[in-house]
Design a protein around this ligand. Structure first.
Ligand code: ADP
Ligand code: ASP
Ligand code: MG
Length: 409
């Protein structure tokens, strides 16, 4: 007997037949004698629609009201799955974030979980009930509903798994594991049996949306065993998925283990800022105050004592970032600002980079051979990222996948 948290993403609960299918998967674990808690996402497409409603009414909408709107998708699926489970003869009940409660900080739209009360969930599971928890949502210090950022149900699931001290956290999705790159872009992507926390964290943080970054961070910190697997696999067949494990549990270490892309990037260039100590803090300060994260940064110094700064922000933060910079234009002293949302960040990730040189050179050469211009570069110990025009995203990912020898035979 094990204690398991099962998380189902948007496609897995995309319609009533799929919700019935999920109920069957849960029932199987219950019938096998396991204690199960479930975490669900909204039905696929629903969150996008709700986000779209908010943006249409106001690009600079109140983030607290945004959360009130977008958290509703998960309320629907937690109720529907509970009904489907009851219909299948499984005792189940829905739990919204505020009912547990799942406490978060006050960063509406991208809140962080601070604590989850796991005691009641454990009691219910021990009594044979299946709690069905709404992913993505929590309650902030001011008692208002918060959401955890796109893809946040993964983090809800890992946090619930930590709170109930689960033996594992199974993330059911629409692919059968973590691949060397997005299998929807590269048909020759290879499924990985195992991936290290460090690599998964890096891949997620640069755009592999198969797991939300914070879910991996939390799993690493709380030692939660995470498995990624398909909810559409043949129930009689093998469905082992991909295990996220410690680096030393991986025998054959690749130099590059994965490639990710993110279209959720927008480039901002601020021109002719007086070049003096503290200029970067001056430009980025207003963005921090507006709760906008800045990712890649380059600064070019001109000979006339001014400097140009280019950096990237998440696409959804672009209107907020532009507004914050415009408001601070006189104080910062820049001459002009431009923005380009038609960009894409491509990253190669692998722990082998620590001990091998030339990974970045291969990347730059491969892109040059395809005639793709690199706009911004950033690196970390196990990652190289470049910003390129969005139209070349797929071409770049495919070319790099081949260049690093990742194509399936
Ligand atoms: P869910 O709704 O189940 O949370 P997501 O759409 O958030 O599912 O994440 C699953 C998707 O992640 C897949 O359909 C796939 O297109 C994408 N993806 C991106 N990179 C990878 C990768 N390296 N391995 C597997 N899937 C990936
Ligand atoms: N429904 C939310 C989203 O689409 C959360 C999730 O699916 O994990 O971002
Ligand atoms: Mg997801």
């Amino acid at each position: 007997m094990a204690r398991i948290v099962m998380k189902f993403g948007g496609t897995s609960v995309g319609d009533l037949d799929r919700i019935r299918n999920v109920a069957r998967l849960v029932k199987r674990e219950v019938d096998a004698g396991n204690e199960v808690s479930v975490v669900v996402s909204a039905m696929s497409g629903v969150t996008n629609q709700l986000v779209g409603y908010c943006q249409s009414l106001s690009p600079l909408h109140d983030a607290r009201e945004y959360d009130t709107v977008v958290a509703t998708g998960e309320q629907v699926t937690t109720g529907l799955l509970s009904i489907a489970l009851q219909e299948a003869g499984v005792d189940a009940r829905s739990w919204l974030g505020w009912q547990l409660p799942i406490r978060t900080d006050n960063a509406h739209g991208k809140a962080r979980i601070e604590s989850i009360e796991g005691g009641e969930l454990i009691n219910r599971m021990q009594a044979g009930q299946v709690p069905v928890v709404a992913g993505f949502q929590g309650i902030g210090p001011d008692h208002r509903i918060t959401t955890l950022g796109r893809g946040g149900s993964d983090t809800s699931a890992v946090a619930v798994a930590a709170a109930v001290r689960a033996d594992r956290c199974d993330i059911y999705t629409d692919v059968d594991g973590v691949y060397t790159t997005d299998p929807r872009i590269v048909a020759r992507a290879r499924k990985l049996d195992r991936i290290s926390y460090e690599e998964m964290l890096e891949l997620a943080s640069v755009g592999s949306k198969v797991l939300q970054t914070r879910s991996v961070e939390l799993a690493m910190k709380e030692r939660v065993r995470v498995r990624v697997l398909s909810s559409f696999a043949d129930p009689e067949g093998e469905n082992v998925g991909t295990l996220v494990v410690d680096e030393d549990e991986i025998v054959e270490k690749e130099i590059v283990s994965g490639i990710a892309y993110s279209r959720d990037e927008a480039k901002i260039t601020v021109r002719r800022v007086p070049d003096r100590p503290g200029v970067a803090a001056h430009v980025l300060g207003p963005l921090t105050e507006a709760n906008v994260n800045v990712d890649m940064i380059v600064q070019n110094v001109a000979e006339d004592g001014t400097t140009d700064m280019t950096f990237t922000v998440g696409t959804s933060d672009l209107p907020r970032a532009q507004a914050a910079l415009s408001a601070a234009q006189v104080e910062i002293g820049f001459a002009e600002m431009s923005a380009d949302p038609q960009v894409c960040k491509i990253s190669v990730v692998g722990v082998g980079m620590r001990s091998h040189v030339g990974v970045a050179t291969t990347m730059f050469r491969t892109l040059a051979e395809k005639g793709i211009n690199i706009q911004v570069i950033s690196t970390s110990e196990i990652k190289v990222s470049v910003l390129i025009a969005e139209e070349y995203a797929e071409l770049a990912v495919r070319a790099l996948h081949t260049a690093y020898g990742l194509d399936a035979a």
